[in-house]
Design a protein around this ligand. Structure first.
Ligand SMILES: Nc1ncnc2c1ncn2[C@@H]1O[C@H](COP(=O)(O)OP(=O)(O)OP(=O)(O)O)[C@@H](O)[C@H]1O
Length: 249
């Protein structure tokens, strides 16, 4: 039987020997990964390396793929995508209520969540009346209102302009520090990963090829020179020539 200590430190996510293939094409080829409670993990990898495939496996949304391996996830998991996936026929409040449907205090919780993401007063708006950034705020409210133990985010800021993205980074960090879910953030943006995550993984040849801890206090500023070493390491792992990038910018 597990001791109390072992139960306290049980990982939120446990993946062992995970494989996934589309037809003949192997995408994940033996992924092993534990994510601890409250840990903020970013997942990088070249385009097509299998980041979304891994996230969908954790979300249980991978019906069109074959594979083997062990996946253990907690009971309460929320997922956010690049588009908000708000239901266009519902106003914002009922969209957020969907995250806690059936609870007696669902409406009150949804109002609270909207206030937390800066959308107090917009409860009766239709999704089409929101900007891209506001819609993603509503999506975050819908996913966090149920107090997930695990938040899976697939390029949630990929469609936003640079300034809105930076504001959303600060909001996501603040929300995660308050609610403490474990997070797996799929991103192609190295700086986003370094600014937000406690730990960064790079998917290479179907496995976790790089697994580093980002040992810097929050909040982290994009221009901070302490980020440079991490950036060089990660760009190198992604096969990008950091020097050429700097010369071009
Ligand atoms: N439904 C599918 N049917 C067939 N092949 C698929 C399917 N979904 C993904 N793939 C293939 O699996 C590989 C991994 O895709 P995935 O979307 O996981 O990569 P990714 O790392 O998230 O890429 P990107 O950064 O471009 O979003 C790609 O070659 C892709 O074409």
């Amino acid at each position: 039987m597990a001791t109390h200590d072992q139960q306290l430190t049980a990982p939120t996510v446990h993946i062992a020997g995970l494989t996934r293939a589309f037809g003949e094409r192997a995408v994940l080829d033996g992924v092993d990964l534990d994510i601890q409670p409250g840990q903020f993990v970013a997942l990088l990898g070249k385009s097509g390396s299998g980041k979304s495939t891994l996230l969908r496996a954790l979300a249980g949304l991978d019906h069109d793929v074959t594979g083997t391996g062990v996946i253990r996830t907690p009971e309460r998991v929320s997922v956010v995508f690049q588009d908000s996936r708000l239901l266009p026929w519902k106003r914002i409040l009922p969209n957020v209520v969907l995250g806690v449907e059936g609870r007696a205090d669902a409406k009150a919780k949804a109002r609270e969540a909207l206030a937390e993401v800066g959308l107090a007063g917009r409860e009766r708006a239709w999704p089409t009346e929101l900007s891209g950034g506001e819609a993603q705020r509503a999506a975050l409210a819908r996913s966090l209102v149920r107090e997930p133990e695990l938040l899976l985010a697939d390029e949630p800021f990929g469609a936003l302009d640079a300034l809105t993205r930076i504001k959303m980074h600060a909001l996501l960090r603040e929300l995660c520090e308050r609610h403490q879910p474990a997070v797996l953030l799929v991103t192609h943006d190295v700086d986003e990963a370094i600014v937000l995550a406690d730990r960064i993984l790079v998917l290479q040849d179907g496995r976790i090829g790089v697994d580093i801890t980002v040992d810097l206090p929050h909040p982290r500023a994009y221009g901070d020179h302490k980020l440079a070493g991490y950036r060089t390491l990660l760009l190198d792992a992604l096969g990008v020539d950091a020097g050429a990038q700097q010369r071009a910018s």
